[in-house]
Design a protein around this ligand. Structure first.
Ligand SMILES: [Zn+2]
Length: 165
């Protein structure tokens, strides 16, 4: 696996059957991790109907991790009834750190990124214009252009912690 792409589901706080087909790992509001229907390895070769289609134009070799939240999100002032919780966000960061270790994926903007960042880098794909993740409710002061950077810093911190440095 080459990449981890981080999402929010734009859904409710616990994964639906449909969402489980779209991502490899889903983190609920309590910080529990749910495995999706497909394994990351199913995305090495994306055969129609047998892989997690989480990132238009970027599914091959990409692990899809999603936080179950953000239904009804409009903007930072109007976040809807399912804002990402702190516990959920931290659990997601720790999960990404573990995946980064297990799959030997370095933490940099090309290899661990948000769906939003992927869309910005690949404007001709269907991922262009995706808004996950432009706002982190437990850290509302993080600007949309810094969200990916903030996420990578968090993942790095968890990675060092897990590796006992
Ligand atoms: Zn997404």
């Amino acid at each position: 696996m080459k990449r981890i792409i981080i999402h929010w589901t734009a859904g409710l706080y616990y994964p639906s059957d449909h969402e489980k087909k779209c991502y490899h790992f889903l983190v609920d509001k309590d910080g529990n991790i749910h495995k999706g229907v497909f394994k990351p390895e199913n995305n090495l070769r994306c055969i129609n109907g047998y892989y997690a289609a989480h990132t238009g134009g970027g599914n091959t070799s990409s692990i899809g991790v999603a936080m179950c939240a953000m239904a009804g999100f409009k903007n930072s002032k109007n976040c809807g009834d399912y804002p990402i919780t702190k516990k959920q966000f931290e659990a997601c960061m720790e999960l990404c750190a573990k995946l980064s270790i297990n799959y030997d994926i370095p933490v940099n903007p090309n290899t661990i990124l948000t769906h939003y960042e992927f869309g910005m880098k690949h404007p001709s794909t269907s991922s262009a214009g995706k808004i996950d993740i432009i706002f982190i409710p437990p850290y509302p002061w993080v600007d949309r252009l810094d969200a990916g950077k903030f996420i990578r810093a968090k993942i790095k911190w968890y990675k060092e912690k897990l590796q006992g440095e």
